[in-house]
Ligand binder design. Structure first.
Ligand SMILES: NC(=O)c1ccc[n+]([C@@H]2O[C@H](COP(=O)([O-])OP(=O)(O)OC[C@H]3O[C@@H](n4cnc5c(N)ncnc54)[C@H](O)[C@@H]3O)[C@@H](O)[C@H]2O)c1
Length: 344
């Protein structure tokens, strides 16, 4: 829209998700890409060509010298978070947009939050599946009271923990009005995926007690229930809520379904996770939040941290046994501890 401020953006990490972000920023008139970076020169050159030749390079620190973007966006693999957050804060950015998971350990996530809070920098973490029409529909049904009083929220995914679990928890928390979690019990199995670039136990399960009395149930990875209605493996996720008078759930790759007090049977509708559909509103709400501090982004980092904390509490419980109370303080790096505790 004419007359509105354009926010400058630097995007670091130009792989799959970095290019999704760069595309969505470039296609939104409220943003202008002023910097691009990847350690892979070929990716830098291709992106620079595509997005009109802004400042570009293979070193994020050098890129940010004198650039002062309004938005610092980085989409690197999970091993790179705190250093990028520090760079973003030092660059003077007003908002840092980055990919899930928030970090690889509670210690790192606590430091991430400390640095951004001290720098008064807004953060947004990409749990963007929620913009799918089927996710929105399930939220609408639950929020309308049509399934009665919600007592249980749940989420399962075939994909492994560091890829999928904070997505599940984020949408479950949303369906449960972002209630605080009080304690968590967890279990895990299998060590193969600790060597992956999204290091995880092969299978993880957790029970979550929310302060509003609602019980959360999550399962993720090799052993989680199949979602036979969905063909595409990564989208075999089922997230929903049960209430006193029905249920409503979303299948990431297969629409939504529900029974409500007035539906007289199962009702259902379409929807499939789609980056091209979900990224534009996610990016637009970054502009909205920068325009107006009251329009807090639904994927804000404080909320993402709460979801990450639940995931780490599940890991701690699988290692230490018993209930883990939230909030978490610093502790032994969860994945290392879990890898030691699980049998071969
Ligand atoms: N929100 C979602 O739906 C979703 C989907 C897929 C992946 N992800 C997340 O996105 C993140 C990135 O995943 P991806 O699939 O895009 O990975 P990718 O490997 O395709 O891209 C990562 C890029 O970062 C670059 N990079 C690495 N170190 C760098 C550095 N120091 N400086 C600059 N660039 C650097 C790599 O060269 C690569 O191009 C992961 O955390 C992943 O979990 C999210």
């Amino acid at each position: 829209m004419s007359g509105e401020k354009k926010y400058s953006v630097a995007v670091v990490g130009l792989g799959k998700r970095g290019m999704h972000h760069a595309d969505a920023f470039a296609n939104n008139g409220r943003f202008e890409i002023v910097g691009l970076c990847d350690i892979d020169q070929g990716r830098v050159d291709a992106a620079a060509k595509k997005f009109g030749g802004p400042k570009a390079g293979t070193d994020a620190k050098a890129l940010l010298q004198g650039l002062k973007p309004d938005v610092f966006c980085f989409c690197t693999l999970p091993n790179l978070r705190l250093d990028m957050i520090r760079l973003g804060v030092e660059s003077g950015a007003k908002l840092i947009a980055f990919e899930k998971p928030v970090a690889l350990t509670t210690n790192e996530a606590l430091e991430v939050m400390k640095v951004v809070r001290a720098g008064n920098v807004k953060t947004v973490v990409s749990h963007q599946h929620r913009y799918g029409e089927h996710y929105q529909k399930v939220k609408e049904i639950i929020a309308s009271g049509a399934i009665g009083r919600v007592h249980t929220v749940y989420g399962t995914a075939s994909g492994w923990m560091m890829h999928m679990l904070t997505h599940l928890i984020d949408y479950m928390r949303w369906f449960n009005d972002n209630a605080e979690a009080e304690w968590v019990v967890g279990q895990a199995a299998g060590k193969e995926k600790f060597a992956d670039n999204h290091p995880s136990p092969d299978y993880v399960a957790g029970l979550i007690q929310f302060a509003n009395g609602v019980r959360g149930i999550v399962e993720c990875g090799d052993g989680a229930p199949d979602v036979p209605e969905v063909d595409y493996w990564w989208r075999k996720c089922r997230i929903g809520a049960q209430g006193t008078e029905g249920f409503a759930e979303v299948l990431t790759g297969g629409g939504w379904r529900a029974i409500t007090k007035d539906s007289g049977g199962v009702i259902s509708g379409p929807g499939c996770m789609d980056y091209a559909h979900d990224m534009p509103p996610y990016i637009q709400q970054i502009a909205d939040w920068l325009d107006d501090p009251n329009k807090v982004h639904p994927c804000n980092g404080e909320s993402a941290y709460k979801g990450f904390e639940i995931m780490m509490a599940i890991c701690r419980s699988a290692t230490q046994r018993g209930k883990i109370k939230l909030p978490l303080g610093p502790g032994e790096p969860e994945l290392e501890a879990l890898a030691k505790a699980l049998p071969d």
